[in-house]
Design a protein around this ligand. Structure first.
Ligand SMILES: [Fe+2]
Length: 235
């Protein structure tokens, strides 16, 4: 099972603060059946600069060695959760996509309207890139009224990454309801990842969330998992 949105690397964002927590999260992931993680620290290209990507790659290498020492078998790749900035398509044309794929993960700041996420879709398509919008169900401005907007994003090539915990009520009833509505409205464009930050409520677990997808629509869990795997191996 692949988790393509995970703040597992230590000390680089608001995810794992230490190697100890990172290894505990990796153990939780392995226990849940996750055998492939794309590490996606938050990056704002304008604020953090692209040198962060080199730091992340070095941490990934070190984590790979530490996982081998701990006898944990998880394939690790680098990615990023990009803050939407005007030059994002230029940036991800070169670096910072999900693994070695054409897909990239991006998010909005809490102050941006959901509509802003559509601003890069035309350029993404021109550049041959596949946009994956992180957790549309969790933006403060998002509501059930946004289904036509999300439908427009989807029609223009954007995938919608639902966070597993959203389907399990981790972020409250409203987020859960919105996540379910998105899944039911766009079953062909939804993918699932943990967006794990810690070993607590936001741990790297996916099995229960995939079961929740199946409960909404039979077979959807497997379809969404296959879709994510295909996106993250797109060339
Ligand atoms: Fe995230």
């Amino acid at each position: 099972m692949l988790d393509a949105h995970d703040h597992l690397l230590p000390g680089v964002d608001d995810g794992s603060p230490s190697w100890e927590v990172t290894l505990a999260m990796a153990r939780q992931a392995a226990d849940d059946g996750i055998d492939h993680i794309i590490c996606t620290p938050h990056i704002n290209a304008e604020v953090d600069g692209l040198a962060m990507l080199d730091r992340h790659a070095a941490l990934r290498d070190e984590l790979e060695a530490r996982l081998a020492d701990a006898d944990l078998s998880i394939r690790l790749e680098c990615g990023a959760e990009w803050m939407l900035t005007p030059d994002l398509i230029d940036v991800v044309s070169n670096r910072g996509r999900l693994g070695k794929s054409r897909a990239f993960l991006y998010e909005l700041s809490p102050f941006m309207p959901l509509a802003a996420a559509g601003g890069i879709l035309k350029d993404a398509r021109k550049a041959g890139l596949i946009p994956v919008l992180a957790h549309p169900e969790r933006y403060p401005s998002a509501s059930e009224k946004d289904m036509p907007l999300l439908g427009d994003f989807a029609a223009r090539g954007c995938y919608l990454q639902i966070t597993g915990g959203s389907l399990l009520g981790v972020f409250g009833k409203e987020v859960r309801r919105l996540a379910e509505r998105i899944v039911q409205s766009f079953p062909d464009r939804v993918v699932l990842s943990s967006d794990a930050h810690n070993t607590g409520a936001r741990a790297p677990r996916l099995k229960a969330a995939y079961a929740a997808l199946d409960a909404l629509k039979s077979g959807l869990g497997q379809q969404a998992a296959q879709r994510l795997a295909a996106l993250c191996s797109s060339e």
